[in-house]
Design a protein around this ligand. Structure first.
Ligand code: HEC
Length: 182
């Protein structure tokens, strides 16, 4: 009995091992690696918002709670970081000028109009050339209504984050949040 259980356990370990290998081999660069979790709006932490009057939008920056808890100043962002940038349109007057609230901030319209994401996982990034590769990060854009991937070119995501933020783990506000004086 014991030996059968032992053999079964060995079989299971072997199966798990090859599944893990298959998964590793299955990595191919691209936005399909990032999934928008169904419950992200409930679960993720909105750590900052950025007003962009130039574009008449408000950008809400979210990160998954596991990564949020592990953010450390001066350190690369943790594996498993999923940063989500959800844009809202800013309210405008009849002339199309942005309106401000009592604190001088833009006033968001309720709906999200665009969702962009960047995620870092061990082993990702393999296959991108040096002009594009952002360490172990991938990028994706999602339809804010359906949560499905938006099929669009993403090279600009890589080049801009690479050129501006290679020394900050390719991150803008998540890095700044982790490194601000707290
Ligand atoms: C021209 C430069 C540029 C391009 C192109 C660009 N980004 Fe960014 N990204 C930024 C800046 C700057 C911020 C900080 C917010 C702001 O100031 O608007 C940012 C913030 C983000 C964030 C929030 C996390 C963080 O670290 O601030 C995500 C997620 C993101 N970008 C994903 C993308 C995706 C996906 C694309 C491509 C569809 C993309 N970015 C294209 C410059 C860029």
């Amino acid at each position: 009995m014991k030996r059968v259980a032992g053999l079964a356990a060995i079989g299971m370990l072997a199966a798990l091992g090859s599944a893990a290998l298959a998964q590793q081999r299955a990595y191919s660069p691209g936005p399909h690696n990032i999934e928008l979790p169904a419950d992200w709006q409930q679960r993720f932490i909105r750590y900052t918002t950025v007003d962009r009057p130039d574009r008449k939008i408000i950008r809400n920056m979210y990160v998954n709670p596991e990564a949020f808890a592990a953010l450390t100043a001066g350190q690369p962002l943790p594996y498993g970081t999923l940063a989500i940038m959800a844009d809202q349109r800013a309210r405008v007057d009849a002339q199309g000028n942005v309106l401000l609230d009592g604190n001088g901030r833009l006033i968001p319209e309720p709906a999200f109009i665009a969702i962009a994401a960047q995620q870092k996982e061990r082993g990702w990034g393999e296959g991108y050339g040096p002009e594009l590769r952002n360490g172990e990060w991938e990028y994706a854009v999602f339809n804010p209504q359906t949560g499905a991937w938006v099929d669009r070119p993403l090279n600009a995501c890589f080049t801009c984050h690479l050129q501006a933020r290679a020394q900050q783990d390719y991150s803008f506000t998540t890095w700044d949040y982790a490194n601000r004086a707290r």
